[in-house]
Design a protein around this ligand. Structure first.
Ligand code: A2P
Length: 270
């Protein structure tokens, strides 16, 4: 078979309404977590914080899962942060991708973790657990976040210390980047905690909100609907519990068509 014929076969296998993009890099953090970057199709537009359907051809059939786009809307590449599930229909295959491989992406992105869904405020909290940090990895690299908010606090809670590395490296990269660091200045703060190992900051974010330790550690006042806005991304139970605490503080949930004081989205599982 000639190279051209092989390409024809690949193109023919890509379903309509789907991009087939090239993997550029893959970074493995733990046995359960990895990041990959791929080419961004010409004409693919999204808002920072949105998710897209990502997939692979498996046995001749496409398999998709929802993935938050972890890169900002201005980036010429697309980044994703994923768990690895040994028997996960998609991630058992996706975790083995290499630079040069093709990954499928449906053409439409969507989501509620967008700046448009929040009313104006001073301090933006982004509460995340596990791979729920991904949409915030996008938003903290978007200059619009810093045009709209004076202070951005990203919380990331994981079971183990090694799982924090993606977020810690990301914030260090932002601070080292000549252009981004100028835009971000001192506005961005990362508050990382773990729940199942010893670490300087420990505990579930819900407990740390409830007992006030989060605010004491950061030296900020407790949640206030007049000044604070929130975005939450984690497991279903984490969303439910964190949302209840924000509501207790007098904040109401918003949506794309009805901006308000906080928004939530489930961290998707592969
Ligand atoms: P914990 O270790 O106490 O369960 P998971 O991988 O299960 O989604 O958990 C990711 C992180 O989210 C863990 O640190 C976990 O803490 C924490 N977590 C789990 N459930 C909740 C919840 N209901 N509220 C806040 N944090 C939670």
């Amino acid at each position: 078979m000639t190279a051209i014929a092989e390409n024809d076969t690949l193109e023919a296998a890509v379903p309509a309404g789907v991009y087939a993009e090239t993997v550029l890099s893959v970074t493995h953090y733990t046995d359960h977590l990895f990041r990959f970057r791929m080419t961004r199709p010409d004409g693919f537009r999204f808002r920072s914080g949105e998710f897209a359907m990502i997939g692979l051809m498996v046995d001749g059939k496409p398999i998709y899962r929802a993935y938050s786009i972890a890169s900002p809307s201005w980036d010429e590449q697309l980044e994703f942060f994923s768990i690895k599930v040994p028997d996960g229909p998609l991630t058992q295959h996706l975790q083995r991708i290499q630079p040069g491989d093709k990954v499928l992406m449906r053409k439409k992105s969507t989501g509620t973790l967008v700046l448009d869904a929040l009313t104006p405020g001073n301090r933006l909290y982004m509460f995340s657990t596990g791979t729920g940090i991904a949409p915030f990895a996008s938003l903290i690299r978007d200059p619009e976040t810093y045009e709209k908010f004076e202070e951005v606090i990203l919380t990331h809670t994981c079971r183990e210390v090694a799982e924090l590395k993606y977020g810690i490296d990301l914030v260090a990269e932002i601070k080292a980047d000549e252009m981004l660091s100028e835009i971000v200045g001192d506005k961005l703060r990362l508050y990382s905690t773990v729940t199942r190992e010893t670490y300087p900051f420990m505990g579930r974010i819900t407990d740390l909100i409830e007992n006030g330790k989060l605010f004491a550690d950061l030296g900020v006042p407790p949640l206030d609907p007049a000044t604070d806005r929130g975005m939450i991304c984690g497991s279903a139970i984490m969303l439910k519990d964190t949302k209840a605490l924000l509501e207790k503080a007098g904040m109401t949930e918003g949506a794309n068509n009805k901006p308000s004081e906080f928004v939530i989205e489930r961290a998707f599982v592969g």
